[in-house]
Write a protein that binds this ligand. Sequence first.
Ligand SMILES: Cc1cc2nc3c(=O)[nH]c(=O)nc-3n(C[C@H](O)[C@H](O)[C@H](O)COP(=O)(O)OP(=O)(O)OC[C@H]3O[C@@H](n4cnc5c(N)ncnc54)[C@H](O)[C@@H]3O)c2cc1C
Length: 243
Amino acid sequence: MVDVRLLAMTDDPEELVCRCARNDYYDGKIPDDDFPTVMNGVGGDTVDEKQATLVKKLMLRGHWGVFEHPQMTLWFRVSRSCMAQITRHRHVSFDIQSMRYVDFSEVDPTSEEDIKRPRTWDQEKVSTREGTRAIEGPVEERRELIDETYERCVEAYNQLVDAGMPKEDARMLLPIGTKVNITASMNVRAALHIISMRGAGDAQAEIQELADGVRDVLEEHMPTTMRIWNENQKAIERQRLSP
Ligand SMILES: Cc1cc2nc3c(=O)[nH]c(=O)nc-3n(C[C@H](O)[C@H](O)[C@H](O)COP(=O)(O)OP(=O)(O)OC[C@H]3O[C@@H](n4cnc5c(N)ncnc54)[C@H](O)[C@@H]3O)c2cc1C
């Protein structure tokens, strides 16, 4: 599993979404009133019910802008391959462990913790959009090939660094599966877009795991939002996050 951890998050993110949304239709000043007063007029008996009513309405109307107010910062560790995919998301700010300044000579080529194995490395067949097909040859031989190649790559990296080559040059020999630590800051709208696009069944395995990690953080900190998101996927699909 991709190791995803929360570094920081806006306090009361769901209250903030609702306050910002209510601001648009409120004749008073939102900062002057407590939350129950701000939610007056929204359907529901309790503040929690009113919050759920409003969040659902926002999502079904495609009023996604209000989800841009809460922010979160995550830390995760993924392969350089997955890094190339996640950093395509332009509304996210990233910091990535440097292969120029950090010494990767301690990378353990036999450990999935340091170098990601291909998803199909121990499978006899693979399912693709075109159907299912066999991967030829014994699984054991393929695993050995991958292990030996990774070991050789790290060994070569170490030889070059030991010989005095700059790390930023020697890194060219490290496999694309080599993992790096990343911090990423995003608003909740961008996070939902990532969950929607990268958590899809046909997304690549590692980025799916990363999207699942982002989803877990949101489920913990924005349970109402995520419950409504999960329950209304079909209707939300018609109100695409990025129409
Ligand atoms: C299955 C799959 C296959 C892919 N294959 C490739 C590939 O082969 N090669 C490749 O290079 N990439 C590939 N990508 C990456 C893809 O092209 C996007 O760069 C990446 O998914 C980011 O998506 P996004 O643009 O929706 O997201 P974000 O950058 O997160 O943007 C979110 C939304 O904001 C809006 N937006 C952001 N910037 C602009 C802008 N400049 N103009 C207008 N609207 C904007 C859009 O509505 C966008 O959907 C693939 C992605 C997937 C899911």
